[in-house]
Design a protein around this ligand. Structure first.
Ligand SMILES: [Zn+2]
Length: 284
């Protein structure tokens, strides 16, 4: 018998962290992703004890079974600029502490951009940064590397980069989030056909170990294969298409991961019930 993964989406915390639970339930989410603090800022607002208690209370009473935080967009552990790297480490420590406080499963962040620097050095900086973050923010919550679309000197677009980092860290708390749009835009998979899906995951398995994929960002792509342009589209409306998601749904090696939508939504207000239902229907 085939297993269906938890399906959910990135949802808003406007008005309080606990609001994310209701927002997720409204669209039929079984798992959610949220920003623990503002994603456009270096400054982290830590939740109060009341914020934490409210969140946990609502979560326990809900059908939501996995929660992931997404880090600030400013974070770049691959940065050759020491000040940015320092700020990135500090921000990730604070956000991972929030994840731990509210009982979330992990914190997802973008591997980063190396600028004009050497790839090997950039990978060393990411590894060292993650090591510090994991040491400072102790607990169970995982620190999760997300693959990139590859534009703008970004690293983490290929499984070799992520695999090297995981290997060097050798930590049970280091994990991977695979974004379906980024993989397509990065030129990693030309079409999500059953054959290419199998090949793609065979390849990624070799480098990162598919068991390390704890989350999957289920996004269609507004831009073409190998475009290196990161633009998400509603499920079935982009270049991946509904058949692509149906092929992904059959890949049991990623059924243990939490599938999270980060799509614009039909009304442009973010992931909605329609997209959640379309994704669920791919498993029927
Ligand atoms: Zn993503």
């Amino acid at each position: 018998m085939s297993i269906r993964p938890l399906i959910g989406a990135h949802v808003s915390t406007a008005g309080g962290l606990y609001r994310a639970i209701g927002n997720g339930e409204l669209i039929g989410a079984e798992t959610i992703q949220i920003f623990g603090s503002s994603p456009q800022q270096w400054l982290t607002r830590m939740p109060s004890p009341a914020d934490i208690a409210d969140f946990k209370k609502h979560l326990a009473a809900s059908r939501i079974q996995a929660v992931y935080l997404h880090a600030s967009y400013l974070v770049n552990l691959a940065s050759p600029v020491k000040l940015n790297w320092d700020k990135s480490v500090k921000s990730l420590i604070e956000h991972l502490k929030i994840a731990e406080l509210i009982g979330a499963d992990g914190l997802i962040f973008h591997v980063g951009s190396k600028g004009e620097s050497d790839r090997e050095d950039a990978i060393k900086r990411v590894t060292e940064g993650m090591r510090l973050v994991l040491k400072d923010a102790s607990g169970k919550a995982k620190l999760v590397l997300e693959n990139s679309a590859g534009g703008g000197n970004k690293i983490g677009n290929i499984p070799e980069d992520i695999g090297e980092i995981l290997q060097a860290l050798d930590s049970p708390r280091a994990a991977v989030c695979l974004d379906t749009a980024h993989a397509f835009e990065a030129g990693q998979i030309e079409a999500y056909t059953p054959l290419l899906v199998k090949k793609f995951f065979d390849h990624w398995d070799k480098h990162i170990g598919l068991k390390n994929i704890v989350a999957l960002h289920a996004n269609d792509s507004m831009t073409k294969f190998d475009s290196h342009h990161d633009r998400h589209e509603n499920i079935g409306k982009g270049f991946i298409g509904l058949d692509g998601f149906k092929a992904l749904a059959k890949e049991q090696r990623i059924a243990h991961a939490a599938w999270l939508l980060e799509v614009p939504g039909l009304a442009g207000l973010g992931p909605d019930k329609a997209n959640v239902e379309i994704l669920k229907s791919c498993f029927e």
